[in-house]
Design a protein around this ligand. Structure first.
Ligand SMILES: NC(=O)c1ccc[n+]([C@@H]2O[C@H](COP(=O)([O-])OP(=O)(O)OC[C@H]3O[C@@H](n4cnc5c(N)ncnc54)[C@H](O)[C@@H]3O)[C@@H](O)[C@H]2O)c1
Ligand SMILES: O=C(O)C(=O)C[C@@H](O)[C@H](O)[C@H](O)COP(=O)(O)O
Ligand SMILES: [Zn+2]
Length: 372
């Protein structure tokens, strides 16, 4: 078992990583469950996560004399919507959830982002506990307090910073995760290496088979490493007001544009979009002679070896580079006169570039759409 603390004045919380944590939620989350007394505890769950792991959670609550009031969320990105937010907040209000209560979120990044945002606005803020069940959610989305739903204008455009009170990442859950979803999560694992830790990138490259095969020891140590990196960044720059947290957005300005263009659907998962986005960020860095083309292709090759997509020409998009660049204008990092891009000075050394012309990005995207 590994523990990582996210240090935020007055709002610090623990992230526990390891096998079997769902069986002992009643113990680890005791202080957030006990106040419910005889009331059932609200658990918002991704339908697949509930079907596959809900019973373990239920047994844990039952052993401490508590029952669960389940709310099911349909799997998929389309659940990060206004409609689902309204349905969920109405349900929480119906259950009489108070500001001092904690709502439990069982599932991947979709449920975590949705529940986190609902809890940020419910009665101006109640608590929540993250029980992430995907690799992506365990290494990234359950930690750091970015919560959001999507808008027609773009990805995660309606949201709030709202930190969880506890994160319990039970690695046993990953045994039931489809390989495509494991790979999508692996993209965010690669991200930590590419943006700030070349040694970790080499390690992930060589251990990707063990990660995808859910080797217990590898999973626990890799997940804890990622959470540790994210915890340090979040402690330094919780609200992305300095450049530190923006680096966690490597590949996302490109990736979110691709997600928008594919309709936030399972045609392109978030992690797959991030993999493509990191390749684009690396190749765009090479175009600007910040890194060599060989280094950019090293990034692409590592992702390809793990079975992740690296060529946007294979997506069959019916759009041109300026349509994609137009989506990027809605990026939340955008400033009045510029869209900051996370580029590479070296593999393992990302930085925020504020002198990128969207017209140049559009021309680059046109080339990439036609490449290979
Ligand atoms: N807040 C953040 O900092 C942050 C960071 C990264 C990503 N995100 C967001 O996270 C979302 C993606 O999260 P995700 O990749 O976890 O996707 P997801 O939540 O859609 O889950 C992926 C799929 O796995 C299924 N599933 C979940 N747990 C399972 C399990 N244990 N076994 C079998 N199936 C299971 C789900 O039903 C779903 O079909 C995106 O919306 C992205 O924007 C947020
Ligand atoms: O935690 C962060 O900061 C991140 O950027 C993590 C990303 O992996 C994640 O996808 C995040 O939701 C993207 O943030 P956004 O501000 O671009 O919506
Ligand atoms: Zn992401």
């Amino acid at each position: 078992m590994a523990d990582v603390d996210v240090a935020l004045a007055g709002r610090s919380y623990r992230v526990k990583v390891g096998p079997g944590l769902l069986e002992r939620v009643h113990a680890d989350a005791h202080s957030f469950i006990e106040p419910y007394g005889k009331r059932a505890v609200p658990v918002v769950a991704d339908a697949n996560a509930k079907r596959l792991h809900g019973e373990r959670l239920q047994a844990s609550f039952r052993s401490a004399g508590h029952s669960i009031d389940w709310y099911e969320v349909a799997p998929g990105e389309s659940s990060k919507s206004w409609d689902e937010l309204v349905r969920l907040t109405d349900w929480l209000l119906d259950r009489g959830v108070t500001r001092s209560d904690h709502v439990f979120a069982l599932g991947g990044g979709v449920v975590g982002d949705l529940v986190g945002f609902a809890c940020a606005i419910l009665k101006r803020g109640c608590g929540f506990v993250q029980l992430p069940t995907t690799l992506l959610a365990q290494v990234d989305s359950s930690v750091g307090g970015k919560t959001a739903i999507n808008a027609p204008a773009g990805k995660n455009l309606i949201g709030a910073f709202h930190q969880p009170s506890l994160v319990l990442a039970d690695t046993t859950c990953l045994a039931t995760l489809p390989q495509r979803e494991m790979r999508a999560g692996l993209a965010e694992v690669f991200k930590y290496g590419i943006l700030g830790d070349a040694d970790f990138l080499a390690r992930v490259d060589s251990e990707s088979s063990a990660i995808l095969a859910c080797d217990d020891a590898t999973l626990e140590s890799v997940i804890a490493h990622c959470v540790g990196m994210k915890a340090r960044v979040v402690a330094e720059d919780e609200r992305e007001t300095k450049d530190a947290r923006a680096l966690l957005n490597l590949g996302h300005t490109f990736g979110h544009a691709l997600e928008a263009e594919t309709g936030f659907s399972d045609r392109l998962l978030h992690g797959e979009a991030v993999a493509l986005g990191m390749v684009l960020a690396a190749r765009y860095s090479a175009r600007r002679e910040l890194i060599s083309l060989a280094d950019a292709e090293r990034v692409a090759d590592a992702l390809a070896r793990a079975g992740l997509p690296t060529e946007i020409s294979a997506l069959g998009l019916d759009c041109d580079g300026s349509t994609l660049a137009h989506h990027m204008r809605n990026d939340k990092k955008a400033e009045a006169s510029t869209v900051p891009f996370i580029l590479l000075r070296a593999i393992g050394e990302a930085f925020v570039a504020r002198d990128v012309e969207l017209a140049d990005v559009a021309a680059f995207m046109d080339e990439q759409l036609q490449a290979h």
